[in-house]
Design a protein around this ligand. Sequence first.
Ligand code: SAH
Length: 349
Amino acid sequence: MNMISAYSLTHQNWKDLFSSCGVSQHVLPFWLKGLYKDSRIWERHISKELVTDLNAQLDFTLPEISSAQISQDGTAKFLIRFRDQLEVETVLIPFHKRFTICLSTQVGCGMNCSFCYTGTQGLKRNLSAGEIVGQYIVATKWFKEKNPEALNPNIVFMGQGEPLHNLNEVKKAIEVLNDTQILDIGQRQMTLSTVGYLPGLKKLADFPKINFALSLHSPFEEERKKLIPITEKYPLRDVMEAFDEHQARRKQIITFEYLLIKNLNMTDAHVQGLSELLGHRQAILNLIPFNPFPGSEWERPDESAIENFKAKCVEKKLRVMVRTTKGSDILAACGQLKVNKLARNNGVH
Ligand code: SAH
């Protein structure tokens, strides 16, 4: 069965569909409210025939939460299962009355970065727009049932996968999430992090106006190749040029994520390299202390080394912040996501 997911349709798509079915547009808001807010309000406005017709044309199944783990700090990690039984992890990070949802864009990842747990499982397949939006719907519903007061979340495309390696579906999902008649998440409430996948970066001119982040991790080409192998194919110089073009078009500040790895990329030469690379750009440097995972070859630096590196970056007048680690006790922190069947079979989930 290969039907279009109802959750991949924008308001305009729905309008077109309703007119092709010969149905009045004024019922559309009731229908959408029913679909996304789980209310049966549309039943009074929409005929059974239309519902049968829509059911024949579209796939209304949502992915399922196959397990949820809650970290000591409140971070929730969901294992989310799709129709073909493949699973991804989706992370929900509460923050006062708000929360952030970290969405996956692929099952596994093909980028093979040496410091990332997800990369060790390879790429299984892309997620469709409906599956990306589906993760959002089921995770939000879970949270709002427990926290009815919660405001709309921020979304980060920082889960499993390289979002620009699945550009068309991610773009479509962003359009649905942003659609004021559908989920109404502001473009500035969404951030996409990329490893520097150049073919995708070259297509950003007509991409929604969300925030972008680059996983930098080293200012030096040779070292970056070891950490992020696709640097070989897409050199940092070209990636920075693509971001400069994007920034000239959009006047947006780019975030540069920088993993802090003990005894690797935290010397004065690295601070100097970062200063030369970012000092003249509109940039925020986001330092991410390495999160270890089973079998990882690198170590996390201690707090004083992290503070020291940050202070040296500040001295160079870089705008810098340290990302607090959330959910590491349940392997839900950055780079720790991997569907771990063994752990599940052992009842860990
Ligand atoms: N593929 C995209 C999206 C994933 S984002 C990208 O790489 O940007 C996940 C973020 O977590 C990236 O900045 C990634 O480099 C970082 N990360 C990966 N492994 C990590 C680890 N073990 N510890 C801390 N951060 C990690």
